[in-house]
Design a protein around this ligand. Sequence first.
Ligand code: TA6
Length: 289
Amino acid sequence: MTPPTALPNDPRISLTNTPTGQPRLDLNTPRYSAQLHLHGAHLTAWQPANQPPVLWLSDHAVLAPGKAIRGGVPLCFPWFAAHPTDPDAPAHGTARTSPWTLTHCQLEDDHTAHLTLTQSLAPFDAQYDIIVNDTLEFRFTTTNPTDQPHRFELALHTYLTVADIHHVQVLGLENTPYLDNANNRSPHTQDDQPITFTQETDRLYYNAPATVHADDPGHQRRITITKTGSQSTIVWNPWTDKSARMPDFGNDEWPGMLCIESANAGPNALTLEPGQSQTLTTTISTQAL
Ligand code: TA6
């Protein structure tokens, strides 16, 4: 078990325990602020200077052992959605409700933070690197240390803040196949137009390595998600009825959020041979619209 790293003695970073005893890292710099819970290695806030928050967090989010935090970047691993064979297993895997170990923490003069967290989630070992400044980069490396091949899925289930989902367009997934999770995982293909939102939208786009843009006119902002080692992109807004069914999601919050998730899931699930590793990276940046 790798010991936790010591924090640098730096006023820009602090590690405190939340009221429920969960270690939380706060980063406050002139270029951005961010917040990471070691519970689930869960980045719950990221806000570049002079911008609205980029990550969205429900006002009803619950921080408790065994519970996933509603918002930020939950880690869906080693499976996505329902477990492939065990109906009693938690949705979206065990990574987001496990305590991760912070094994590296470094802050540069330009305020870039380099964080590394590790966890073993049988049968895999995982290393999760987060590089934060006024852009946000994630690298998730999965290793199979066993002598047998093993299948896994991974999604960085990123909740983004938007001004009003009714006016948001998502570009980059045109002509791409997807499974409609809001319609019995039925297969479809996106037409040659950007994605717009008029109802619950829950789509697993597969064979989808492309960069995605979320254009948010209300905040006059484009959010760009680039990635490597990822063949799936999940797009989700729960709309009214599903929001009302989630106790940790306010009934009136859905217009202000959108999930765009860099993943390998469903048809793009991966199998690692003994000793093999795979890395998914994704970078989130913002541009003025
Ligand atoms: O990524 C979209 C999705 O699979 C939706 O179907 C919805 O269930 C969402 O994840 C949130 O899942 P959770 O288990 O966090 O409530």
